[in-house]
Design a protein around this ligand. Structure first.
Ligand SMILES: Nc1ncnc2c1ncn2[C@@H]1O[C@H](COP(=O)(O)OP(=O)(O)OP(=O)(O)O)[C@@H](O)[C@H]1O
Ligand SMILES: [Mg+2]
Length: 390
C-alpha cells in the first residue's frame, strides 16, 4: 500500500468545523507531502495552519475528508499508536517541568517499552545530534535557555526516529538570532536524516529558507498556492499571494540563490604582465572603469582605467584592493549588497584563495529572470535508519 511514490502525508478534501463555530476552520484542504521533503504551512493568523497540522496526527479529528500517512487512512489507525510514530514539536515546547531533560527526551521510547540501556544511549545520541551538552541532561527544563529548550523539543520528537515530524512554530518563542541558528541546525539535521517534515510558521523567511515546498493558506484553510520557494516568489498564483509575499519578492529570491549557481564570467580581468593595449581592449569590451589583475590564480586588485594609458605591462604599483569579495556559498543577496558598496561595482568571487570570476548586477538580474531549479538537497530515503523502532 505504500511505495516510494506514495506521499508521506496526503490530505484529501479535509474539513474541520469546530462545535459552535460559525464557519469551518478548514473548509476543504487537499495536499500531498512528498516523502523526505520539508513542507511549510504558512498564512495569516487563524487561517487554519495549526488545525490542519493537528489533523495529521489526530490531535484534532477531521469533520470530513481523509488523511493518509504513508498510504494508510489514519482513521483506521489507533490514534495513540499513530502519534507514537510521528514526531511533534510545538512552540511552547511543552516539556514536563518536573522531569529531567533526559526523561523528557525519553518519553516516547519509554512508552514504546525500550529497555533502559537502549533509552540511555539514544538520549545521549540525540543530545549530540541537536547540540545539547551531556551535563544539561540531568537538569530541569527551566534551567535551560529558550533555545536549548527548543532543542530538547526537537530531540524528543526525534527520539524514536519517526519518519514524519510535525512542527508548529517550533522557533516562534526565541529571539531572531537564536531562531536563525536553530533554522540552520534544522537544515543540517534534515540533510542527515531525510525526514518528512511539515512545519507551521508565520515567518515567511523561515518558510522560504527551510522548506522544499511552501503551502500558503488563506482563511478557512484555502490553499492559495503550493510551490517551491523560488517559484512562489517568481510566479504568485493570485493577488492574495502577491500581497502576502510583500513588495520585496525579488530580494527574497536573491536570498535563496547562491553565487556558485551563476555561470560566472571572467569579466574585466587580465593576468599580470598583460600589455596595456590588450588591457584597454578587454576593458572596452567588458565595460566599467576598473580592470582587475590576477597572477593566474589569485585576484590581486583593481587598476583604474586612467592607469592604462600608454605602453608597457599593466601597472601594479597602486592596486585598489577588491572591496567586494564573495565565495560560492554566499547568497546573491550578499553579493548584491557588496556590489552596491564597492567602488568597482563588481564582486570578485574567490574560492579557496583562487579567483573564480566576477558577479555584476546584470548577471544577478539575468539569473533572476530564469526559474531556479533547486539542487536535490533532500533526496527521499526509503530505507529506515538503523535505530528505527518500527
Ligand atoms: N478548539 C477550537 N474551537 C473552536 N474554534 C477553534 C478551535 N481551534 C481553532 N479554532 C478556530 O479555527 C480557526 C483556525 O485556527 P488555527 O489555530 O488552526 O489557526 P492558525 O492558522 O494556526 O493561526 P495562528 O497563526 O494564529 O496560530 C481560527 O478561527 C480559530 O479561532
Ligand atoms: Mg497556529
Amino acid at each position: 500500500m505504500s511505495d516510494a511514490s506514495t506521499p508521506a502525508v496526503r490530505l484529501v478534501d479535509v474539513r474541520k468545523t469546530f462545535p459552535g463555530a460559525e464557519g469551518a476552520a478548514v473548509e476543504r484542504l487537499s495536499l500531498d507531502v512528498p516523502r523526505g521533503s520539508v513542507v511549510a504551512l504558512i498564512g495569516p493568523s487563524g487561517c487554519g495552519k495549526t488545525t490542519s497540522l493537528r489533523m495529521i496526527n489526530r490531535l484534532i479529528e477531521p469533520s470530513a475528508g481523509r488523511v493518509e500517512v504513508e498510504g494508510r487512512d489514519t482513521s483506521t489507525v489507533d490514534p495513540i499508536a499513530l502519534r507514537l510514530g510521528i514526531g511533534y514539536v510545538i512552540q511552547a515546547v511543552g516539556l514536563f517541568p518536573h522531569r529531567s531533560i533526559a526523561d523528557n527526551i525519553a518519553v516516547v521510547p519509554r512508552a514504546l517499552g525500550w529497555d533502559r540501556a537502549r533509552i540511555a544511549s539514544r538520549v545521549a545520541e540525540l543530545a549530540e545530534l541537536v547540540g545539547l551538552e551531556q551535563d544539561q541532561l540531568q537538569r530541569f527544563p527551566d534551567e535551560l535557555s529558550g533555545g536549548q529548550q527548543q532543542r530538547v523539543g526537537v530531540a524528543r520528537a526525534l527520539a524514536a526516529d519517526p519518519p514524519l515530524l510535525l512542527m508548529d512554530e517550533p522557533f516562534g518563542a526565541v529571539d531572531p538570532v537564536v531562531r536563525g541558528r536553530l533554522q540552520q541546525e534544522l537544515l543540517a539535521l534534515q540533510a542527515r536524516l531525510h525526514k518528512t517534515i511539515v512545519l507551521v510558521t508565520h515567518d515567511l523567511d523561515e518558510a522560504l529558507l527551510v522548506a522544499d515546498r511552501v503551502a500558503l493558506l488563506d482563511r478557512g484553510g484555502r490553499l492559495a498556492q503550493y510551490a517551491e520557494p523560488d517559484r512562489l516568489l517568481q510566479e504568485p498564483a493570485e493577488p492574495f499571494v502577491t500581497e502576502f509575499l510583500g513588495a520585496d519578492r525579488s530580494l527574497r529570491r536573491l536570498a535563496l540563490r547562491e553565487v556558485g549557481e551563476l555561470s560566472l564570467r571572467d569579466g574585466p580581468v587580465v593576468t599580470r604582465g598583460t600589455d596595456r593595449a590588450t588591457a584597454r581592449a578587454v576593458l572596452a569590451r567588458e565595460g566599467g572603469d576598473w580592470l582587475g589583475i590576477t597572477d593566474g590564480v589569485r585576484f590581486l586588485g583593481w587598476v583604474p582605467a586612467a592607469g592604462l594609458a600608454g605602453e608597457g605591462p599593466v601597472p601594479e604599483d597602486d592596486l585598489e584592493a577588491p572591496a567586494a569579495l564573495v565565495g560560492p556559498d554566499d547568497t546573491l543577496r550578499a553579493a548584491m549588497d557588496r556590489i552596491m558598496t564597492a567602488r568597482t561595482a563588481v564582486a570578485v568571487v574567490v574560492e579557496d584563495g583562487r579567483f573564480r570570476g566576477v558577479v555584476t548586477l546584470e548577471l544577478i538580474r539575468r539569473a533572476l529572470a530564469e526559474p531556479h531549479t533547486p539542487s536535490p538537497q533532500t533526496p527521499p530515503s526509503p530505507e529506515p535508519s538503523p535505530e528505527g523502532s518500527r
